[in-house]
Design a binder for this molecule. Structure first.
Ligand code: ZN
Length: 277
């Protein structure tokens, strides 16, 4: 059964990377003006702004912080760099807490030069090490599986099954999973793994954009919803059948759209969200 179209923006969230040319403040103001109630904050977009100050800007505009991005990048060939990653993640957890985010999204990392199995062990160890800090911050660590095309440089967690296995291994309320349609749409096990994710209480976030044909840049050519080949509404129906009724986050990394007039782009996002999510 396919989900009905969304009739309003009450569950809409936009990731600040989507409107990268805007300053953090411009994104907040523009999302609020457009009636978008949720915002996910990329730490790089804060520049010199303290997370506490960012929190009050968001609150002043009546927005809600959905997630803080991004921790992770645990695997490295040498111990020293793995320890630096742990320190970075502790700092990011502090920032997530200060900005009022319930989640820190993890792009888990990988290291060319060692096997993906070893990288996955280092990811597990990294999460285990920072878990007590996540709990004391009151911030959940959210494992986001990335498309296998990123298994060389960004993440050794490439399927929802791998993310579910890892989250279930922790069995902690401070570890969850993000489902990003762009990374997972191709997987024949997706529906079952979404069910499993929800049933075990791990489904923390749902991200949308579209897969363009041809994709001209592996990182920076995501499409607006409806522009590509992903049946987003079908995936949303699976996510909702698994019990998820939280924010639906628009996350579009795109050189093409960053070159566009951003107010016009935001209008297109709103239309695409209502027409295709
Ligand atoms: Zn995502």
């Amino acid at each position: 059964m396919t989900a009905q179209s969304l009739t309003d923006l009450s569950r809409c969230c936009v990731h600040t990377i989507t409107t990268k040319p805007w300053s953090f403040r411009e994104s907040v103001q523009s999302f609020a003006r457009a009636g978008i109630p949720g915002i996910t904050v990329w730490s790089d977009d804060l520049h010199d702004l303290a997370p506490k100050e960012a929190k009050s800007i968001i609150a002043d505009h009546g927005l809600q912080v959905v997630s803080y991005c991004r921790g992770g990048f645990f695997p490295h060939l040498d111990t020293a760099r793995r320890n630096v990653a742990i320190d970075d993640n502790r700092r990011l957890l502090d920032e997530a807490s200060a900005i009022g985010s319930p989640f820190l999204v993890l792009v888990c990392g990988t290291a060319a030069g060692q096997s993906l199995t070893v990288s996955r062990e280092q990811i597990r160890d990294g999460i285990e090490t920072i878990l007590p800090h996540a709990e004391s911050c009151g911030v959940k660590l959210v494992i986001e599986p990335l498309h296998p095309m990123y298994s060389d440089a960004r993440s050794a967690i490439n399927t929802l099954k791998q993310a579910n296995d890892m989250a279930e291994g922790f069995a902690s309320p401070w570890v969850g999973v993000a489902i990003d349609a762009y990374h997972l749409w191709w997987d024949s096990d997706l529906q079952n793994e979404i069910q499993r994710c929800g049933k075990n209480g791990n489904l923390a976030a749902f991200h949308v954009s579209d897969w363009k044909t041809p994709t001209e840049d592996m990182l920076l050519d995501r499409g607006l919803m409806g522009e590509g080949c992903i049946d987003i509404r079908e995936i949303r129906s699976w996510v909702e059948s698994a019990g998820y009724d939280g924010f639906i986050e628009v996350e579009i990394f795109s050189k093409k759209y960053w070159e566009m007039d951003q107010p016009q782009f935001l209008d297109q996002i709103v239309k695409a969200y209502l027409d295709h999510v």
